[in-house]
Ligand binder design. Structure first.
Ligand code: 5GP
Length: 342
């Protein structure tokens, strides 16, 4: 539906290597034929489902394909261009800095390369405003988390406002948030905003309770926070009291089987409460989707009018990490965000 594509959108939860499109995977496979990687190893088609574990194996395959500066530069440019083509006007992209000994890739160059790609898109006049969140992979433990925060801090201080925060992601069944708390506290104290994956699986209640004390600036998924699915009213109250926006990814959760079907997605719970709920893609490549499709799915599943959808999309900018002037241009058929507050 053209309405959803033309709707100016805000994407706040997109993992770089999960967002790699079919076309870009094709180019990567051509660069590395010896890996014998096929498309069905990098994307989950419509109607297909995977366990969480299988999803995390997909990321490992993509990481094999994206292991040089050239790959990262191409992937980041393609992803930014694709979001822009889908009508995304503001994008917060996140990625885990990776070191690859055999190609000489360092974590610092990894981040620099993504930022160079973002700047080149801007120079090319691509109609999208991009910011970057440095991601901590929870399975790598305390020390790597602290190193990652220091790296993010350096970039926040030395670059042009592109690095605005920190993400905590990675396999939710591995590791415990308590080991990462010192790194997250440090990040918060130095002014990095925190977007944390919380309660993605039911076993994370105690961890979520602990991490909510920070409190984070946004929550990724939060699938098992509310009492109907085994969470608790205490957790819900903490989220509401601190007014922490939720990043909600319908297709990702259905295909990854943490939510049984679209109509039972926790978007309903939070949206009905009037709590800031932001529709996001998570991994548009892996889950074969885009943000227009996610808005349309939310609308058809939960009976939202075009006006409701418009409001939902417009309100998403309030959850972005830099503060925006609420100034909208009415020169085209759709208003859009005009100014970024410095
Ligand atoms: P990258 O950080 O390499 O750009 O993007 C892929 C990585 O993002 C994965 O290896 C994983 O750490 C993280 N990621 C992507 N999607 C999800 C998700 O749905 N849940 C969690 N917890 N992590 C994810």
């Amino acid at each position: 539906d053209i309405f959803y594509r033309e709707l100016p959108k805000v994407e706040l939860h997109a993992h770089l290597n999960g967002s790699v499109s079919f076309q870009t995977i094709e180019k990567l496979i051509a660069r590395k034929p010896h890996l014998n990687i096929e498309h069905n190893m990098t994307a989950i088609r419509n109607g297909q489902r995977r366990t969480m574990d299988e999803c995390f194996r997909v990321f490992k395959v993509i990481h094999q394909l994206v292991d040089t500066e050239e790959d990262i530069f191409m992937v980041a440019k393609d992803v930014v261009n694709e979001f822009a083509a889908d009508g995304v006007k503001y994008l917060e992209l996140r990625s885990t800095p990776r070191e690859e000994i055999k190609t000489g890739l360092t974590k610092r160059r990894y981040v620099e390369t993504v930022l160079e790609a973002v700047k080149q898109c801007k120079g090319d006049g691509v109609d999208i405003d991009v910011r970057f969140l440095v991601a901590i992979d929870r399975r790598n433990g305390t020390e790597v988390a602290m190193e990652t925060v220091k790296l993010a801090e350096d970039f926040m201080l030395s670059t042009d406002g592109l690095v605005v925060g920190l993400d905590l992601s990675g396999d939710p069944t591995v590791g415990h948030g308590r080991d990462l708390l010192p790194a997250l506290v440090r990040a918060k104290n130095c002014g990095l905003k925190l977007a944390l994956h919380l309660s993605e699986v039911p076993s994370q209640l105690e961890e979520t309770e602990l991490l909510l004390t920070l409190p984070p600036d946004r929550i990724g998924h939060g699938t098992f926070l509310h009492p109907d699915v085994g969470g608790s009213q205490t957790l819900v109250d903490a989220v509401v009291k601190n007014n922490i926006p939720l990043e909600l990814c319908l297709t990702s959760n259905v295909k990854g089987q943490t939510v049984p079907c679209y109509s039972e997605h926790h978007f309903k719970f939070w949206y009905q409460m009037g709590h800031p709920s932001v529709i996001c893609t998570d991994d548009k490549g892996v889950f074969s989707t885009d943000l227009s499709q996610e808005y349309e799915l939310a609308a058809t599943t939960f009976g939202l009018s075009h006006e409701d959808v418009w409001k939902l999309s417009q309100q998403a900018i309030d959850s972005a990490f830099p503060a925006f002037f609420k100034t909208w241009s009415h020169s085209s058929s759709f208003p859009r965000i005009l100014y970024l507050k410095q």
